[in-house]
Design a protein around this ligand. Structure first.
Ligand SMILES: Cc1ncc(COP(=O)(O)O)c(C=O)c1O
Length: 481
């Protein structure tokens, strides 16, 4: 069994085994002609259920053969140009190399004595991101597992900085279309059920600052405490960017912590054409960035950044066995002092390899390409009488709904759109997402793949229309019979 341990004596086995796996995946990627096979839960479950985990195969080739059946064949492939659903990007090769290195060396970024150079690399990437944001020299931050955790940590710091001991009095302001992790964080932080105040959005799905000002005033008048305003720079559904400068102004007026959730919009930090969309982000107290959304990084890769490094002390605990207080005076950099996690992956390495290979402009160019594509897609949708499209994109999502000429019942149109999404998924020809707008069912493209073309978008719209028409035809038949 020791031959499976990765060490000095097994380096050759490691090389062979990993190469075998890489070759399988490479062959798979090269021959995947659809983003999904359309397999159902019922069809796939038995092949996994029948595997006896107490009966190992003892052979890499056999394990990989089995993996083909239980995972690789039917996985959802984000690199395929017709995967258009959620905020999953195709990944860049330097980052995948980073992933291979980081799992083999297996540093843990909690303490210097489990990581050494990894710690310094992470810190340099945090500094680099802070410079891109426009924060000053007192800024800091830490890598996290994802946007939800980054938002949670930011709001934890905001709660600790708030000027009250009464959690019941604290209020967080976020737009109607902000990410649900804001509400989840409020719950985890022990705030009351009314803690998150939803601020309405304008026709472009951006927070209405007049409404925010009104809510902040109301909060003050009621003797409550405005703990934080969460401005979203790239909403999940619409990619809309809240008016950051105006929100910053209101935050300073009302003494509220300004958090910018740029989980999606962070790609603009390296954009060559659209960086100004983030103007005002430098006035935030904290920022969430998800490199695994718009920097073409594998899951997981995220960070929470803060303008004032001292606020990270709210996440600091010292343990004698790990990061005793004396290490602070000895200036030993223990990232656990800033993190909600203890043992933590060296995710930063992926971004490091990416920047050292492609450079920031290379990533920015790819992100600009998907935003350009979204503009093209919007024109297609806006000019297509079969579809209603919600907002002109600031980033790279398109929310739209098939509107058949002959049908006026909105509930029937809902059903046709829901059916079309399901049927498309089952066909595996393309994967799109869905959401609700004004209580009605819409479909969504999240465009994060520079390989997707306007022709792909047009073809998928035709497929959707075909499925929706089929549903409506069958539904008419059902009524007639
Ligand atoms: C705006 C926004 N914030 C936060 C998140 C949560 O990020 P994660 O899925 O990495 O936890 C998302 C996810 O889609 C998001 O769109």
């Amino acid at each position: 069994m020791r031959s499976h341990l990765l060490n000095d004596t097994t380096a050759e086995r490691y090389r062979r085994t990993v190469t075998e796996g890489v070759e399988r995946v490479a062959a798979k990627l090269a021959t995947t002609d659809r983003p999904f096979t359309g397999v159902t839960v019922d069809a796939l479950s038995p092949s996994i259920e029948r595997i006896d985990l107490d009966k190992p195969l003892h052979d890499t080739a056999a394990v990989l053969d089995e993996l083909e059946d239980v995972y690789l064949r039917d996985a959802i492939y984000f690199h395929h140009p017709r995967y258009l659903a959620h905020l999953n990007c195709p990944v860049v090769i330097p980052a995948v190399l980073g992933e291979a290195v980081l799992s083999a060396v297996n540093s843990s970024l909690d303490t210097w004595d489990q990581s050494a150079g990894g710690t310094l690399i992470e810190r340099k990437l945090i500094d680099w991101t802070n410079e891109r944001i426009g924060f000053g020299p007192s800024a800091d931050g830490v890598f996290t597992s994802g946007g939800s955790q980054s938002n949670l940590q930011a709001l934890l710091l905001a709660r600790e900085e708030a000027k009250t001991d009464s959690a019941a009095k604290l209020r967080i302001f976020a737009s109607d279309v902000s990410h649900f992790s804001v509400k989840k964080s409020a719950k985890l932080l022990g705030l009351g059920p009314d803690a998150v105040v939803s601020v309405p959005v304008d026709g472009n799905k951006r927070m209405q600052t007049v409404a925010l000002a009104r809510e902040l005033e109301r909060c003050e008048n009621e003797g409550l405490v405005p703990m934080a305003v969460v401005a979203t720079a790239g909403t999940t559904d619409f990619g809309s960017i809240d008016p950051l400068p105006e929100i910053a102004e209101l935050c300073s007026q009302f003494g509220a912590w300004m958090h910018v959730d740029a989980a999606y919009g962070c790609g603009l930090l390296v954009s060559l054409k659209r960086r100004e969309l983030l103007d005002g982000i430098e006035r935030a107290d904290s920022v969430t960035v998800d490199y695994h959304k718009s920097f073409f990084q594998p899951v997981s890769s995220s960070a929470v950044l803060v303008r004032d490094e001292s606020t990270l002390r709210h996440a600091t605990y010292h343990a004698e066995y790990l990061n005793p207080r004396r290490m602070v005076t000895e200036r030993i950099p223990n990232q656990v002092d800033k993190s909600l996690q203890t043992t933590r992956r060296f995710d930063a390495l992926k971004l490091w390899m990416t920047l050292r290979t492609m450079g920031a402009d290379g990533i920015g160019q790819l992100f600009d390409e998907v935003c350009d594509l979204a503009e093209e897609g919007w024109k297609l949708l806006a000019g297509d009488p079969r579809y209603d499209v919600v907002v002109e994109p600031q980033l790279s999502t398109l929310v739209y709904r098939y509107i058949p000429e002959a049908v006026t019942d909105p509930a029937e149109i809902d059903r046709a759109n829901l059916y079309a999404r399901k049927a498309l998924f089952a066909s595996g020809d393309a994967v799109v997402a869905g959401t609700k707008v004004g209580g009605r069912h819409y479909l969504k493209f999240t465009l994060l793949n520079p390989e997707t073309t306007a022709d792909d978008i047009a073809a998928v719209l035709d497929l959707i229309a075909g499925h929706a028409e089929q549903y409506l035809g069958e539904s008419l038949d059902r009524i007639a019979s």
